[in-house]
Design a binder for this molecule. Structure first.
Ligand code: FES
Length: 185
């Protein structure tokens, strides 16, 4: 395994699993932990999680493909997800995504330097469209004409550590955890 599972990580996985009546139910939280630690899943990581949870690797692979917060490829430190579903699209998110792409010099769906940029489906905050999720933070009401300002804000947050992921393994109950909105025009 390229991704070394050290004893600390193993202990965190075990602590998460111990909080669920069935090992399998801990799948999302264990996957969050692996995603956060390594930034993506390779085949060995999939097999490791499957082994810990007593399920077939195909089940973990299925979750990996379905949920946008998990990735099978390395991502940039700043992972920008622009919602392209109806409410956000009508509020200009498609243009916003392309503007951001030009500013950070990263094609949509790809990784360049510290950035990964992609369009995703509904982020569950339609009333405040257009929405952009960056790492685990949600930014709402970001108009396309503010793309430049938005990217500057991201740079500042990245430099100050403000985009670092929150440690999810300490919150196994899950729930809404977005720090919205850090962006205020
Ligand atoms: S349509 Fe964008 S958050 Fe729902």
């Amino acid at each position: 395994m390229q991704m070394e599972i050290n004893s600390d990580l193993e202990a965190k996985c075990d602590a998460i699993i111990a909080q669920y009546p069935k090992k399998k139910s801990a799948a999302m939280m264990v996957m969050h932990l692996i995603q956060e630690q390594f930034g993506y899943f390779d085949d060995d990581a999939i097999k490791y999680v499957a082994g810990k949870l007593g399920v077939q690797p195909i089940e973990i692979y299925g979750m990996l493909s379905f949920y946008p917060m998990y990735s099978s490829e390395p991502r940039g430190r700043v992972h920008i997800k622009v919602c392209r579903t109806l409410s956000c699209a009508m509020a200009g998110s498609i243009k916003l995504g392309h503007e951001i792409s030009k500013i950070i010099n990263c094609p949509i769906g790809e990784t360049r330097g510290i950035y990964t940029l992609e369009f995703v489906e509904c982020l569950g905050n339609c009333a405040k469209a257009p929405n952009v999720q960056v790492n685990d933070k949600l930014f709402d009401g970001v108009p396309p004409e503010d793309a430049e300002k938005f990217v500057e804000k991201l740079k500042e947050l990245d430099a100050s550590g403000g985009l670092a992921p929150a440690p999810t393994w300490e919150k196994p109950a899950g729930g809404g955890d977005f720090n919205s909105p850090a962006y205020k025009g």
